[in-house]
Design a protein around this ligand. Structure first.
Ligand code: GUN
Length: 290
């Protein structure tokens, strides 16, 4: 078994981006600028945004965090998005999800200017992804593809089972893996909560991408020997032995599954850091598009 080390790969990507930013600044240009909107005080979201800010600093990007109370109205949030759409100093921005339930998430995503939608969530960018046109590929699927590319994992003709059909991960990664590209050219099955014979289906997977949001859902008896396993899950589980009072647990029972795999990601050094690096890549792209 070999680890797919997203921490290591993402360090390389950040170094590559940093070089590009240094070249921009050396020529007198301003650095790329990412803004993140954080609504409320969800602990995990706070953490994710803090990491995004830290990553920006590391590669030489400017960043702005916009903190809004969880009591904010939908209209107030839409007004803020409109401001960011029209702010020439901001190249790209994200609204950290989830947002409070009284705000309609689709309305928020629809309001983001597609040129600044570095999350790749809005309909134009998702449509371009489906059509194979240039776009911002959302960060988690892009990070997974980059990991497969950098480790030279054979995907052509393989059976890839994707567990989960979310807009952010399951659906776009299925599109990317089935595309006529490298990595890609896999035969893809999307599985979800209503899928019959899930265990048998998983056992037929050469590549198993798990984004189902249930801790340690995939157990060793569901994995074919030699499979490539990508764990997108990251759930906080209370743990008094940790300083933070919790530990992050993936959707895969790593300790037992790892014995059966050819390659596997681990939480939190697998898909998470690759997702963050992809957001930086998209922000650089937004800057270059002008
Ligand atoms: N919440 C969990 N993942 C993401 C992401 O990739 N982007 C945003 N905006 N929110 C998230």
């Amino acid at each position: 078994m070999q680890l797919l080390d997203g921490k290591l790969c993402s360090e390389k990507i950040r170094k590559e981006i940093k070089k590009e930013v240094e070249a921009i600044v050396a020529k007198g240009g301003r650095p790329p600028h990412l803004a993140a909107v954080l609504v409320g005080n969800d602990g995990a979201s706070e953490n994710y945004v803090a990491f995004k800010v830290k990553d920006c600093a590391e590669v030489g990007f400017d960043s702005t965090t916009i903190r809004l109370k969880d009591t904010i109205s939908e209209q107030e949030l839409l007004n803020k998005i409109n401001e960011l759409n029209n702010d020439e100093k901001i190249d790209g921005f994200i609204v950290q999800l989830p947002i409070p339930k009284h705000i309609n998430e689709s309305n928020i995503i629809l309001a983001i200017d597609s040129k600044k939608d570095v999350d790749g969530f809005c309909p134009e960018n998702v449509g371009n992804l489906a059509l194979g046109l240039p776009t911002y590929i959302s960060a988690t699927p892009n990070g997974i593809m980059e990991l497969l590319r950098r480790y030279d994992i054979e995907t052509e003709g393989k059976h890839c089972v994707v567990l989960g059909r979310s807009n952010i991960v399951g659906t776009p990664i299925a599109v990317l893996m089935s595309r006529n590209s490298t990595p890609g050219n896999a035969t893809v099955t999307i599985a979800h909560s209503r899928t019959a014979n899930l265990k048998e289906l998983c056992l037929s997977a050469d590549i198993l991408i798990v984004a189902i949001g249930k801790t340690e859902f995939v157990t060793a008896d569901m994995v074919k020997g030699g499979a490539v396993v990508i764990d997108v899950g990251q759930t906080r589980v209370p743990d008094d032995s940790k300083k933070a009072g919790f530990r992050n647990v993936g959707d895969v029972d790593f300790e037992n599954v790892k014995e059966k795999c050819s390659y596997i990601t681990y939480v939190t050094g697998g898909v998470g850091p690759m997702t963050r690096a992809s957001l930086l890549q998209n922000t650089l792209k937004a800057y270059q598009r002008g």
